[in-house]
Unconditional design. Structure first.
Length: 161
């Protein structure tokens, strides 16, 4: 991967296949997501299990959590950046959906106010530049404001029933 190719290294594939299989993800599903055959996935899991047994690698909670987050995103739950009166936070869409309308509205308003206070906000309507994007956080907050707006609308419709 250091050469700029999009190919995933075998080490990363082994680790991913191992942790995802430990979480109960079906071999066929892992194979489909990684563009491999089920037999290749089983081989990658065995290879990583062998490395664990030999001590070449160590099981790590950070790695397990990373792959749990990858799984969550692959299943459609996205991580969002929101602004509250206490600062900037990263939350899952599902966590926002569990909040009541008042808490969601507070996040919506403070995130929207954050965007409104930035004199460079008009540049968010243009694609980000290649490489470093000085407005990356603003773009993430803008995306979150849209998602929170959708969640608020859904809660409003459900409460009107």
């Amino acid at each position: 991967m250091a050469d700029g190719s999009d190919e995933i290294s075998d080490d990363v594939l082994e680790e991913g296949c191992y942790y995802l299989s430990q979480m109960g993800v079906a071999t066929d599903e892992i194979a489909r997501h990684f563009g491999r055959t089920p037999a290749e996935v089983r081989g990658l899991v065995r290879a990583y299990s062998g490395k664990l047994a030999s001590g070449e690698v160590a099981a790590d909670e950070f790695d397990r959590q990373f792959w749990a987050d990858v799984r969550r995103e692959a299943e459609g739950d996205i991580k969002l950046t929101v602004v509250s009166d206490k600062g900037v936070h990263h939350v899952w869409r599902s966590e926002l959906g569990a909040l009541d309308g008042r808490a969601l509205m507070a996040l919506y308003e403070s995130s929207r106010d954050f965007l409104g206070s930035d004199p460079n906000q008009r540049f968010l309507d243009y694609p980000p530049p290649k490489g470093y994007d000085p407005l990356a956080m603003d773009r993430e907050v803008r995306k979150s404001v849209g998602v929170i707006g959708e969640l608020l609308e859904a809660k409003w419709k459900n409460s009107a029933r």
